[in-house]
Design a protein around this ligand. Structure first.
Ligand code: FES
Length: 98
């Protein structure tokens, strides 16, 4: 995406999703479940997951795979990343249902 395409738009970066020192649930589950290795892809994976979970409270495996399909993990940690995103959905929305 070119910077010109987001001119005059709000941009949320990985630093912007935490609440002070409290990590976003997606950040927490990525860490808890060992879904990051070198960390190069991690910000994009997390931001895509946050966007997905805002639109879809109960994403399927296919939804999650589609969500992160634009980001390459050179460490090939896809299985743990997908699992962490699914866990984040549960963390975010199951507690809200109870
Ligand atoms: S964790 Fe290394 S590129 Fe994804």
């Amino acid at each position: 995406m070119l910077a010109l395409e987001v001119q005059n738009q709000n941009i949320v970066t990985i630093e912007g999703i935490a609440d002070g020192i409290k990590l976003h649930p997606v950040q927490e589950t990525m860490t808890e479940e060992g879904a990051l290795q070198c960390g190069y892809c991690t910000p994009a994976m997390i931001l895509n997951a946050v966007y997905l979970l805002k639109k879809n409270q109960s994403p399927s495996v296919k939804d999650i795979k589609t969500c992160i399909s634009g980001t390459i993990c050179r460490c090939t940690g896809y299985t743990k990343i997908e699992k962490a995103i699914a866990s984040a959905a549960k963390k975010l929305y199951q507690s809200a249902k109870q």
